[in-house]
Design a protein around this ligand. Structure first.
Ligand code: ASP
Ligand code: MG
Length: 451
């Protein structure tokens, strides 16, 4: 058994959905469960119309409803014209949007939205896309069966970011999914959507379809989870900064989590944790290039000193110098309490006997923080800082990679350096405008010059 999840762009229109059917057809012997996002952009539009309605812009909301309805009808028609499913699905789509129009009127009257009502609206995207995709399988003569995710993904009632009940999900999978797989049928579910024990619709939070796929994969003990998206996989650097960035074929979960912290947007590792923790490999593939190698994320990947280069601009560096730090237990705790008081998390930290330096991404409370820190010693602040990191589970296995990283930076001044204790990244704080050249130099040093 495997889980194949397709993101919004991979089910964006009839042509994309046809590719999904082709991809899954080639995997039938692996007993795939299919999880799909809403048609690309639909979730944003659904949330937008709800907000517009509550803000009194009912006509604008109804306009979005009409657009979305026509888009769903159009793609369903393109895929299913002439089949017995076509009419039933058109009715289903029509009534879903009619109900949304009633909801929009209710929001206009109320003048506000609740998280619960937002989930009811947002869920429509996945509930419809999954029915369309299931019918697209049948149109090709394959046994696609729509399964309502609300019968499977049991959650608590923390609307808009509901938390899964993994035991209830495992039970529901045994009841609703495994029997279909045993009959060689293809279950198709919407991602992102769940429901409470009282069967009120919930969602797992934005981008939650990966989470659904991973929860279902963990529940059925899948042999693998495939995340089909619109990029080739995870890369050795952000391709917008390093056009010659290369595909990473295998990466450990910890390394992937580290890259996500730097804004790598392929997937959020937290959402695949349920599967990875059970030793289920997660693959990222490009649905436009189904024969690509993709990236495999596993609990363990072959240890390499350097897996990728990451960078981030626009951080702020604070340096605190104080002779009172000498032999003063509890000093650092009091310093960090300042950041806690002002609800600001610190990113990179380095200390010496008489100083402590930190970087911040969020400077909303910088003024108050500096004022409080002044009580401890001399404070200086550099707002135009940036961070580059060399990420690899084997980075600290020897000193060669560290030496190579520093040598690669050449004339670029380094203000702070930090090697994480778990040896997963070597982070350097530099001037903001040096982040891009530093990433280029590091990438060339570890992965070669542009092809
Ligand atoms: N459609 C949802 C969103 O856009 C969930 C997902 O695509 O993963 O956030
Ligand atoms: Mg998405």
């Amino acid at each position: 058994m495997i889980v194949c999840k397709f993101g919004g762009t991979s089910v964006g229109d009839a042509a994309a959905i046809t590719r999904v059917v082709d991809i899954v057809t080639a995997k039938l012997d692996q007993q795939p469960v299919v999880v799909v996002s809403a048609l690309g952009g639909a979730t944003n539009q659904l949330l937008d119309l709800a907000h517009k309605a509550a803000d009194g812009e009912l006509l604008a909301a109804l306009d979005i409803i009409a657009q979305l309805r026509d888009r769903h009808l159009h793609e369903a028609q393109a895929l299913l014209a002439g089949t017995s499913d076509a009419e039933a699905l058109a009715l289903e789509i029509g009534s879903a949007f009619e109900e949304l129009a009633h909801l929009a009127e209710a929001f206009r009257t109320l003048g506000y939205l609740t998280p619960r009502s937002l989930d009811a609206v947002a869920a429509v995207g996945e509930l419809l896309s999954s029915q369309i995709v299931a019918a697209a399988f049948r149109q090709r003569g394959l046994p696609g069966v729509y399964v309502d995710a609300r019968d499977v993904v049991r959650t608590n009632d923390l609307f808009t970011r509901a938390e899964p009940d993994t035991e209830a999900i495992a039970r529901a999978c045994r009841e609703h999914i495994v029997p279909l797989l045993q009959q060689r049928r293809i279950p198709v579910l919407g991602g992102f959507v769940g429901s409470t024990a009282g069967r009120v619709t919930t969602t797992l939070g934005r981008g939650g379809s990966d989470y659904s796929a991973s929860l279902i994969g963990a529940a059925i003990d899948a042999a693998g989870i495939e995340i089909w998206t619109d990029v080739d996989g995870m890369l050795t650097a952000d391709p917008r900064v390093i056009p010659s960035a290369r595909l990473i074929e295998r990466i450990s979960f910890d390394e992937a989590a580290e890259l996500a912290a730097f804004g790598a947007k392929v997937l959020h590792p937290a959402t695949i944790a349920p599967a990875v923790q059970r030793g289920i490999p997660v693959y990222v593939f490009n649905s436009r290039k189904p024969h690509g190698t993709g990236t495999m994320i596993a609990f363990d990947a072959p240890r390499r000193p350097v897996r990728a280069i990451a960078g981030k601009r626009g951080t702020t560096m604070i340096k605190l110098r104080s002779s009172r730090m000498l032999l003063a237990p509890g000093f650092l705790r009091r310093v960090f309490e300042v950041f806690e008081t002002h609800r600001t998390s610190v990113d990179v930290v380095t200390t010496s006997e008489v100083s402590v330096s930190v970087t911040l991404d969020d400077t909303h409370h910088l003024g108050a923080i500096l004022q409080d820190l002044a009580a401890f010693g001399d404070v200086s602040v550099e707002r135009r800082s940036g961070v580059v990191a060399v990420v690899g589970a084997g980075i600290a296995d020897g000193s060669a990679a560290l030496a190579q990283a520093l040598a690669a930076l050449g004339p670029i001044p380094v203000h702070m350096a930090s090697l994480s204790a778990t040896g997963i990244n070597f982070t350097l704080v530099i001037d903001d405008e040096q982040v891009v050249p530093a990433m280029q130099r590091l990438h060339t040093a570890f992965f070669g010059a542009s092809a």
